[in-house]
Design a protein around this ligand. Sequence first.
Ligand code: CP3
Length: 345
Amino acid sequence: MTPELADSPFLRACRRLPVSRTPVWFMRQAGRSLPEYRAVRGEVPMLTACATPELIVEITMQPVRRYGVDAAIFFSDIVVPLKAIGIDLDIKPGVGPVVAEPIRDAAAIETLRPLEPGDVSYVTEAVRALTGELGPTPLIGFAGAPFTLASYLIEGGPSKNHDHTKAMMYGEPRLWHAMMERLTAITLEFLRIQIAAGASAVQLFDSWVGAVAPEDYREFVLPHTSRIFAGLADLDVPRIHFGVGTGELLALLGEAGADVVGVDWRVPLDEAARRVGPGKALQGNLDPATLFAPWEVVERRAGDILARGAKAEGHIFNLGHGVPPGADPDQLARLTDFVHRTSAR
Ligand code: CP3
């Protein structure tokens, strides 16, 4: 790692060191909101794009070029490692991941074999090319967390209430933990592969874990996510942990071992800092829907988030969830500039 990269505002904020300005990037900054994304994706299926290094590199670079954000996030999807071990699934436009045969018994769980670097050589190739092209801009690798992956696999697709998932969790705890152990191994290996290839931080997306009560999180999820963060400790890269609707879980998300806790828009950052406790940086947390309001509203709310974020030990500005496909890229460009100007010290 070059000194310039190590000293980038993003990596410094992750490490809770003083920064020249608050770093900013956006979850789902690459994607359908960008005309240049729609142009290169064309008719290429999502999972084909995720396995094509030239497309991965180009799509990952697009928001960095357009906005000057402080970090790139690797273009892929949380289901890529599952596809790579042979699970029959697809990403349906406007729907999300759909699994041909939902995994609900011990025999099906057996099909969740360990991931090997050779299964995702296109990821290694693309990360290597990207770190060269990005220079001093950090690349964030990512993976889906076991709970969120389990939900897609058990339900067979996106779910509002996660009924089948919770039925296994509450009703067949041994089966549940066996499945979570296998997913933990796959996720940990997927993150280690990206770090080995040059990613300088990682984010674990447990997008739907907000559906779980704190005591159930502690029993059914925490042992697994903890193992993932512990399994990355020797690699010395910042680890970010994010989920939606996790106001009641923020302390536990930190306890699992992340360096940075991602916060959605429901909890103000100063209150999130209180809940998470010392020794963690925070990431967030503008409501993505704010992007559809007039610029004056975006500016006022972003200013409030910067003021509250200043009370945390480290703050990375982001949305509280992903960029909506219909968002206006000009709003995001102005927002990036606003965060940089307002926080310059
Ligand atoms: O943030 C980035 O710019 C990097 C790219 C990224 C994608 N998926 C690309 C994508 C990341 C980080 C993800 C992670 C992901 N995938 C999550 C966790 C993040 C979150 O939003 O909570 C989840 C839950 C998924 C599952 C998934 N994949 C969903 C819900 C969808 C959207 C379905 C739709 O069409 O509305 C996808 C597809 C997907 N992943 C797209 C992109 C750019 C859209 C596909 C397209 O362009 O056709």
